[in-house]
Write a protein that binds this ligand. Structure first.
Ligand SMILES: Nc1ncnc2c1ncn2[C@@H]1O[C@H](COP(=O)(O)OP(=O)(O)OP(=O)(O)O)[C@@H](O)[C@H]1O
Ligand SMILES: Cc1ncsc1CCO
Ligand SMILES: [Mg+2]
Length: 268
């Protein structure tokens, strides 16, 4: 089945099942991640306290780990809960926010990847390259890397970490180590709103929670953010506040027809 069709099927499944997506995430974009999860048709819960999360994970359909504002206590919770999720066969997506900017962020991401079976690793080019030891130039949470070798980097990372890897950029590149998919939708204004990458990670969690595989989940999440971004920009232009509101409107109203009409996905 072609990717666009799989993304449409995944979207229907999200709206049918409304999966519960447990997040341990950062305090910058946490509210946007909860809202994007609701907008697409899933159910968010955000919690990092051990006593609380041990009960919550039993009813969750997927787990989002995002190290954006990591601290020792939340990292411990992420590893603990990641392992619990693995035992319960609940898929995990990791966003290694700011890997490459500090030793703590690179080291923590690598530790999570080593101790938790991660289904999808989603980040920008600087973050993914730094995890491969190929660069360490992340500007805080922003990428400084070109996308020229994105295909090779995605394949390499997918093989090394034994998961699907989705790298964001002008063209998003996703690989499970064998196949490579590119998503051409998007608008550069998406990089001027904080947390759009984190929101793609949450959307990936929604697709995983609906039962989609890693490659489909990562592709569908990028496709939806990219297409919604394009459509929102047509309404808002450079009015960045309006753009953000329109982005949520577009994600809430995305459907199979719009995906088939506007989705630009290519399997290489
Ligand atoms: N140059 C670009 N042109 C069009 N779309 C882009 C461009 N760069 C990134 N995007 C899109 O913006 C979204 C966020 O990607 P980005 O690379 O900024 O992630 P990120 O750095 O992890 O974001 P954050 O850390 O703020 O959450 C993705 O949907 C991506 O496809
Ligand atoms: C700006 C920022 N700082 C830590 S997390 C975050 C949100 C985007 O990754
Ligand atoms: Mg990010």
């Amino acid at each position: 089945m072609e990717m666009l069709k799989k993304a449409c099927d995944g979207l229907s499944k999200i709206r049918e099942k409304s999966p519960l997506v447990h997040h341990i995430t950062n305090y910058v974009s946490v509210n946007d991640c909860a809202n994007i999860t609701l907008a697409i048709g899933a159910s968010p819960v955000m919690s990092d306290e051990i006593e609380d999360i041990l009960d919550l994970i039993k009813i969750a359909n997927s787990l989002v780990l995002n190290i954006g504002t990591l601290n020792k206590r939340t990292v411990e919770s992420m590893i603990y809960l990641g392992k619990e999720a693995n035992k319960l066969n609940i898929p995990v997506v990791l966003d290694p926010v700011g890997a490459g900017a500090t030793k703590l962020r690179t080291g923590t991401s690598l530790k999570i990847l080593q101790e938790v079976k991660v289904r999808v690793l989603r980040g920008n080019m600087s973050e993914i390259k730094s995890l491969l030891g190929l660069s360490g130039n992340t500007k805080g949470v922003d990428s400084t890397e070109k996308m020229d070798d994105a295909e090779d980097v995605a394949i390499l990372a997918a093989k090394k970490f034994n998961c699907t890897v989705g790298i964001s950029g002008e063209v998003d590149v996703i690989s499970d180590g064998e196949r490579v998919v590119k998503v051409f939708n998007g608008n550069s204004i998406l990089t001027r709103v904080t947390g759009t990458g984190c929101m793609v990670t949450s959307l990936t969690g929604c697709f995983l929670g609906a039962g989609c595989d890693g490659l489909t989940s990562s592709t569908a999440a990028y496709l939806i953010m990219g297409l919604a971004g394009e459509r929102a920009y047509k309404e808002s232009g450079d009015n960045i506040g309006t753009f953000k509101v329109r982005l949520f409107d577009e994600i809430f109203n995305i459907n199979e027809d719009r995906l088939k009409e506007g989705g630009k996905v290519e399997e290489c």
